[in-house]
Write a protein that binds this ligand. Structure first.
Ligand SMILES: Cc1cc2nc3c(=O)[nH]c(=O)nc-3n(C[C@H](O)[C@H](O)[C@H](O)COP(=O)(O)OP(=O)(O)OC[C@H]3O[C@@H](n4cnc5c(N)ncnc54)[C@H](O)[C@@H]3O)c2cc1C
Length: 395
């Protein structure tokens, strides 16, 4: 069976739905395909987001997809030192703990309302070229094979993205730029339901442990570890089980759900466009290299892509050169921070536990404003210059 449209979007995650919505709002005929049977499920996320960026993408907070409203965050060092800060200062992953299965569906509903056609259980299996030009994708549906012809393909197929690679873009990741994660939804635990917690240090080599509350006595408890830094293979479960067994608050917890997945921790693809192709969100490796938070990044890049596609349609030109405004938009908004956090991630990962204890003590006694890498380094440099030896160039 053959379908024809202006834009085919591969993947109905936040990036895909935002691209589909804004392209459709621009008057384009959009098909979005999703290989899974349900948008937003199974979960592969800790569901933490800040509140600030929602207005930027034109989305109004809705109790349907907000599970818990956080007062702030606690950062815990290997030696058990903590420092707590309120939500407005807590950085990009603290504010709401979402119900991702509802959030992702809400974004897809908005895409549908804007006029996009959504095809579920439709997995892209390859791209179609005509005399070398990208003209669409092949997909497998419950009823058989189909071909979707389009003027432009949006690769929004997440961390394991294949579409961009099939279209000729190198998306290979270095082992040091991959974190592998596992998360338990734990019930019957003794946590503060108003604070997201981040545990740093050798308990999570090259990454961190998170406890993101989903209500009273229930939370997403997870870990991300850097593949290149793991002594026990790239097995995050080994480290998470050790942490859960040791922490008295979690010891009597019961696991309701297990989530696994990977995140990239590099500063984004060198180019997220090619002729007749735009790459958004995790597929473009546009995700915070320190926190692994990428919901906001996916939404922003999806929105930028949809808007730029609507402009390209006016001249019926979807060449790489016509798509350049997309590159400019996401880089202007996010590139500096992605690079800074990418470089800082490597440096932070080399710090021994006793230094991290000191850092958390310093942070507790500083007025650092919002927690971001630049402010952290500045505060540390002022009070503890020895700790930032070799870091100065980042500040
Ligand atoms: C364990 C874990 C915890 C995380 N926690 C957080 C957090 O707390 N906060 C945060 O901001 N970010 C977090 N992230 C990252 C966040 O989940 C992603 O950055 C975000 O989902 C990216 O959105 P996306 O639309 O680019 O990709 P995705 O949400 O991955 O969506 C891609 C979609 O494409 C579909 N797809 C894939 N291949 C095909 C195909 N061939 N054909 C059709 N459809 C296809 C997939 O089924 C999926 O629905 C976490 C990630 C992991 C793994």
């Amino acid at each position: 069976m053959r379908y024809d449209c202006d834009i085919v979007v591969i993947g109905a995650g936040p990036g895909g739905s935002m691209a589909a919505k804004y392209a459709a709002l621009g008057g384009l005929n959009v098909i979005m395909i999703e290989k899974k049977a349900e948008i937003g499920a199974p979960l592969r996320c800790a569901e933490g987001v800040s509140k600030k960026w929602l207005a930027e993408i034109g989305v109004t907070p809705d109790p349907k997809w907000i599970c818990a409203d956080m007062a702030g965050a606690t950062i815990r060092s290997p030696g058990g030192f903590t420092f707590q800060l309120d939500e407005s200062k807590a950085g990009a992953e603290v504010g709401y703990v979402l119900e991702r299965h509802m959030f992702d569906k809400a974004l897809a509903e908005q895409a549908a309302a804007a006029g996009a056609k959504i095809m579920m259980r439709t997995g892209c299996t390859g791209v179609i070229r005509d005399k070398g030009k990208l003209v669409g994708v092949k997909a497998r549906t419950m009823d058989g094979e189909i071909e979707i012809y389009a003027k432009c393909v949006v690769a929004a197929d997440g961390f394991e993205s294949q579409v961009a690679r099939w279209a000729g873009v190198d998306t290979t990741l270095d082992a040091k730029d991959i974190d592998t994660c596992i998360q338990y939804r734990m019930a019957n635990i003794d946590i503060d339901p108003k604070y997201c917690e981040f545990v740093i240090g050798s308990e999570a080599p090259g990454g961190y442990i998170w406890i993101f509350p989903k209500g009273e006595r229930i939370a997403n408890v997870g870990i991300g570890v850097q593949v290149a830094k793991c002594r026990h293979g790239a097995d995050p479960k080994y480290y998470l089980d050790k942490f859960v067994a040791k922490d008295p608050r979690l010891r009597n917890g019961q696991i309701l759900e297990i989530v696994g997945g990977g995140v990239s921790t590099c500063p984004g693809l060198e180019e997220a466009i090619a002729d007749n192709l735009v790459i958004v969100g995790d597929a473009a490796r546009i995700i915070d290299p320190i926190t692994g938070g990428g919901i906001a990044h996916a939404c922003r890049t999806g929105m930028y892509a949809g808007k730029v596609l609507a402009e390209c349609a006016k001249k019926n030109d979807f060449s790489k050169s016509a798509l350049k405004p997309y590159e400019k938009m996401w880089r202007d908004r996010m590139e500096d921070k992605l690079y800074l956090n990418w470089m800082a991630k490597e440096r932070f990962a080399t710090l021994p536990d006793d230094v991290l204890d000191d850092l958390v003590k310093i942070m507790g006694n500083s007025d650092i404003g919002e927690v971001n890498v630049h402010n952290l380094l500045t505060a540390i440099k002022a009070k503890y210059p020895k700790v930032v030896e070799g870091f100065e160039d980042l500040i």
